[in-house]
Design a protein around this ligand. Structure first.
Ligand SMILES: C[S@@+](CC[C@H](N)C(=O)[O-])C[C@H]1O[C@@H](n2cnc3c(N)ncnc32)[C@H](O)[C@@H]1O
Ligand SMILES: [Zn+2]
Length: 359
């Protein structure tokens, strides 16, 4: 695999070029310094801790160095869903829906523990993995070193101020990230406007003709109407309520204002159009974009018929809730509601591809 010799980082604030110093990067233009900590460039002034379990993630790093990353996940997270989510790269398979190839320069923006970077690395030229959570980036750096992967460049950075020049990437991955961008941002802007500026920043670093891969929950997924908790806040009904009401509910529950905005399919199209990014394709990942068994093309009715059969099979298990879903999906199949765009409205999550147009 190719070794990346020179990374074209620029100052995340003024986009000026860097001078390399012994301890990091220096921007002469705005007189800012960015350190390299434990081998990881810290190209932001806002380092966060996303999963709120920093004691566990510190343990993970220590054990990874001592006994290897895989053992570390087992020891710290056991066989939990979270441990599986960190280690399993197969949910990155949706990346194959983009035009990724051996020449591609990919940005995994908000890479987290790096599952998608790791999936993309063998099929791309280089992958830049950026996240504002230091421990996640450090873990990815350890894992890539231990696996002998040389074309992933992990760095701590902020998606709202990316440390890359314009027109730099062929593909940008945003998997489970759009809805988190407003969460750490301290500005008084609305979550919508913060997401919009994130997308505009992504568009800046994308080449003309380049693609964005988006993985995100559907705001109006069927299960939320049946009382399922939002994955981000842990609260029921907040996604489907009007935003102001959702914020009131969130505040009353002691969680502060509601900021993890997700969208409907048309809401996502509008948000991206506002950032001058062109919608190209939409898919339904099953079970979800967090755990992909199948990917259903939402413009293909035969694929959707398969999708509804999958859900029926999957829900045919114990528990009242599952039984309810089972009956509901059976109804959708028999009434052929899926032909009328059931998944586009009520599917759990979406994978979407957007493009920066050539002109
Ligand atoms: C749900 S995780 C998704 C991680 C990864 N993309 C995946 O699919 O495994 C969301 C990630 O977004 C990161 N994040 C949120 N806001 C960010 C920002 N402004 N800049 C960089 N990363 C951010 C968090 O630190 C967190 O690691
Ligand atoms: Zn600068």
């Amino acid at each position: 695999m190719k070794e990346i010799e020179f990374i074209h980082y620029v100052c995340p604030f003024c986009k000026g070029s860097f001078e390399r110093e012994v301890y990091g990067y220096y921007c002469e233009n705005c007189d800012r310094r960015f350190p390299v900590k434990e081998g990881i460039p810290i190209l932001t002034d806002s380092v966060n801790c996303w999963d709120f379990q920093s004691i566990k993630s510190k343990q993970l790093l220590t054990i990874s160095e001592e006994r290897g990353w895989s053992k570390a996940i087992q020891e710290v997270y056991g066989y939990s869903d979270y441990g599986f989510w960190i280690s399993d790269v197969s949910r990155g398979c949706g990346v194959l829906l983009t035009s990724i190839n051996k020449e591609s320069r990919v940005l995994d923006a908000g890479c987290g523990w790096g599952a998608l970077s790791l999936f993309a690395a063998p099929i791309a030229d280089e992958v830049h993995a950026i996240d504002s959570t230091f421990d996640a980036v450090k873990f990815l750096a350890i894992r890539t070193r231990q696996e002998g992967i040389e074309n992933i460049c992990p760095a701590v950075g902020d998606l709202l101020k990316l440390p890359f020049p314009e027109d730099y990437f062929d593909i940008v991955l945003l998997n489970g990230v759009l809805e988190w961008i407003p969460f750490f941002e301290e500005s008084t802007s609305s979550p919508y406007h913060i997401q919009l500026s994130g997308l505009r920043e992504v568009k800046r670093v994308l080449k003309h003709g380049g693609e964005i891969y988006l993985g995100i929950e559907n705001r109006y997924a069927l299960k939320y109407f049946l009382g399922a908790r939002d994955e981000h806040t842990g609260l029921p009904f907040v996604t489907i309520l009007p935003r102001r009401l959702a914020s009131a509910v969130s505040r009353l529950s002691g969680k502060g204002p509601y900021r993890n905005y997700t969208y409907s399919l048309s809401g996502l199209k509008k948000l991206f159009a506002k950032s001058v990014l062109k919608f190209a394709k939409v898919y339904l990942p099953l079970k979800s974009y967090r755990e992909i068994n199948y990917i259903v093309d939402l413009n293909d009715l035969k694929a959707q018929a398969f999708g509804i059969d999958f859900l029926i099979r999957h829900m045919n298990s114990e528990g009242i809730k599952n039984r309810l879903y089972y009956l509901f999906f059976l109804f959708v199949k028999v009434s052929q509601l899926y032909r009328l765009g059931f998944f586009k409205r009520f599917g759990f999550s979406f994978i979407m591809i957007f493009k920066k147009s050539m002109n």
